[in-house]
Design a protein. Structure first.
Length: 382
């Protein structure tokens, strides 16, 4: 092909290219379609603790129901409502070393301990739930001041005989008592344990108490209004604080013969009782006696005769201590008359509130208050 032919061919091809471009460029451009959405139909992977925070489900605590129950006027604890309406029984209990072990005393709601002749002490348990007691005692004789303490709780008073100074009052009809010296009461209430020597062999049972009360026709309904104690709520315990508060993990009432003491256990909030150099045990359960509250009640004590019989002022007022939770505070006590409840007040004159639980009341001779000791641990005992 000649040079002229090649130029002609190039011009023709260029013209054809322009024509094609003009035709193509004149057409409207179609938009590109969007890519299709493809759903992932594969199974989802389970969530793990590393992916999301684990959901914590907390069960709401069920509100405790006390249907059929009532607060005990003696302990501030929930008990059967019928028992809470039941008049309590008190019982004189021997406390010499030859009388040990005692039986049933661990079931008492309140225990009184006071001096008797010969620098010994005697106990009086107060029981509201007594019908199922298997063995109670040994049952010992009345002292007049114990009869008055019993009347402060409107309790039916069980004893076996009495000191002569109490005879007139017991026969006056002012107190509902069960006296083992009465033949019919002895038959209904008392039984003898032949393994024990007299006078430490007289015992009662719950059934005997029920039979004796029925025999005497005593009223069993209980009006607890105005009784001795007011109690804290279970979820708001009393904590003894303030400048007058003392450490009282060890409490020594100062009685000279049985030399008792109480040791506080912070784990359960109880004071465990010791005497005669050993644990104070209930022979029925073989368990050590323990209480939540201790009251020390300083009182005037006088000797009446050469036999050493005592008179204790149960009415009037005096000083003392309230002990709970490993601490003690000074209190004053007041009792309107021999038959009325005793009330206790703090340093500001407010009636004290006890923690719910059992209470031990120690009557302290005003002449022996210097023998009462509180300490932090057993190594500091007097």
């Amino acid at each position: 092909m000649s040079k002229m032919d090649r130029k002609w061919m190039a011009a023709l091809l260029a013209a054809l290219g322009v024509s094609v471009c003009a035709a193509g460029c004149g057409k409207k451009e179609e938009p590109e379609p969007e890519p299709p959405v493809i759903e992932d139909t594969a199974a989802e992977e389970p969530e793990t603790e590393s992916d999301v925070e684990a959901e914590i489900v907390v069960d709401e605590p069920e509100e405790e129901s006390h249907e059929g129950e009532a607060l005990s006027p003696l302990t501030g604890m929930w008990i059967d409502e019928e028992i809470a309406k039941q008049r309590p029984v008190s019982c004189m209990i021997g406390n010499t070393d030859t009388a040990l072990p005692q039986y049933g005393v661990g079931e008492a709601d309140i225990i009184y301990e006071a001096p008797v002749e010969g620098s010994l002490t005697r106990l009086m348990g107060i029981f509201q739930d007594y019908k199922d007691l298997k063995q109670l005692g040994s049952v010992r004789s009345c002292r007049l001041y114990y009869a008055y303490y019993s009347m402060g709780f409107d309790a039916i008073y069980l004893h076996y005989g009495q000191a002569s100074y109490a005879t007139g009052f017991l026969e006056s009809g002012q107190i509902d008592d069960l006296n083992g010296l009465e033949y019919e009461v002895d038959r209904a209430v008392i039984y003898r344990d032949n393994t024990k020597k007299a006078p430490h062999n007289a015992y009662a049972t719950g059934k005997g108490l029920v039979d004796g009360i029925a025999l005497k026709g005593y009223e069993t309904a209980y009006d607890a209004e105005g009784t001795h104690y007011q109690f804290a709520e279970e979820d708001e315990p009393v904590v003894l604080e303030g400048p007058d508060s003392l450490t009282a993990n060890i409490v020594q009432p100062g009685y000279r013969i049985n030399k008792p003491w109480f040791e506080y256990n912070a784990k359960d909030g109880l004071y465990y009782r010791y005497q005669y150099g050993d644990k104070h045990i209930d022979g029925t359960t073989n368990e050590q006696l323990a209480v939540t509250n201790i009251l020390l009640q300083d009182s005037n004590v006088r000797t009446l005769d050469d036999n050493g019989y005592l008179e204790v002022d149960t009415a009037g007022e005096g000083s003392g201590y309230y002990i709970t939770g490993g601490r003690a505070i000074p209190v004053t006590w007041k009792c309107e008359d021999h038959f009325s409840p005793t009330h206790y007040y703090d340093g500001e004159g407010n009636e004290i509130t006890l923690n719910p639980g059992k209470t031990w009341v120690c009557i302290i001779d005003n002449d022996h208050t210097d023998e009462v000791h509180f300490s932090e641990d057993a190594s500091q005992m007097q």
